[in-house]
Design a protein around this ligand. Structure first.
Ligand code: CA
Length: 237
């Protein structure tokens, strides 16, 4: 990254809006790249090293929802969605596409800059503290009262031990070590059951359910493993 500046990707088909956003963000000290449609936007987002993405919903080619889903599968950087339609907000939230924020057009450039700053700061704080927690003692993972002792293969919630089967332990640890990333059931099945290939993605669902019953206070309102509808699961930071 040039001179330590953070790079933001704007995916926006209206050139005037993209340029306005770019000008303000550059003024605020960021490097900015623009993609004008969903296909090139998704491609660049996945290939590049961006700190944050500003994503328009209505795009030629693949739309913003799909771009968001594709990026979220691979990356946990903040995604700010932008749309002219207020009612899209509920869709963005309800469908769990993994966007971090939503801004309705028209917005003031200073509002955009402020939100970008806030999300970048929050993201750095989260990844920073997650890294610290993991490196403090590599063999344990500790997140919000959940403690996984990898050597002893034991799990504690607020100090109380929860007995896990081998696969439950492996699945929980796999997710907890990669917080905020969304995994499909296929991803998880391949990662945990790879060599045994008996069963299918329903096995993943069953194991997630069992893990939740053990670690969540209320398994229908999970605090640790979140269901991303239509996509899969992620461990909340
Ligand atoms: Ca548009």
């Amino acid at each position: 990254m040039e001179s330590g500046k953070q790079t933001i990707l704007i995916i926006e088909d209206e050139e005037a809006i993209a340029e306005l956003e770019r000008d303000y963000l550059e003024q605020a000290g960021y490097l900015v790249k623009i993609a004008n449609d969903g296909d090139s936007g998704a491609e660049r987002a996945l290939a590049g090293d961006f700190s944050l993405i500003i994503l328009d919903l209505m795009l030629p080619g693949i739309d913003g929802f799909e771009v968001c889903r594709m990026v979220r599968e691979k990356k946990d950087i903040p995604i700010l969605m932008v749309s002219a339609k207020k009612e899209d907000y509920d869709k963005v939230r309800g469908l769990g596409f993994g966007a971090d924020d939503y801004i309705t057009k028209p917005f003031s450039p200073s509002e955009l800059t402020a939100r970008v700053k806030a999300h970048l700061a929050r993201y750095e704080r989260l990844t920073g503290s997650a890294m610290q927690e993991m490196s403090r003692k590599n063999r344990t993972v500790e997140i919000r009262g959940l403690c996984i002792d990898k050597d002893a293969r034991r799990v504690y919630v607020n100090g109380e031990e929860k007995i896990m089967t081998n696969k439950e332990f492996d699945l929980l640890t796999y997710l907890a070590e990669r917080p905020n990333r969304v995994f499909t059931k296929d991803d998880l099945f391949r990662a945990i059951w790879a060599m045994e290939a008996v069963g299918d993605t329903a096995t993943v669902t069953v194991h997630i359910k069992k893990i939740r019953e053990k670690i969540e206070i209320n398994s229908s309102d999970p605090q640790y493993i979140e269901t991303i509808w239509g996509v899969g699961y992620r461990f909340k930071l």
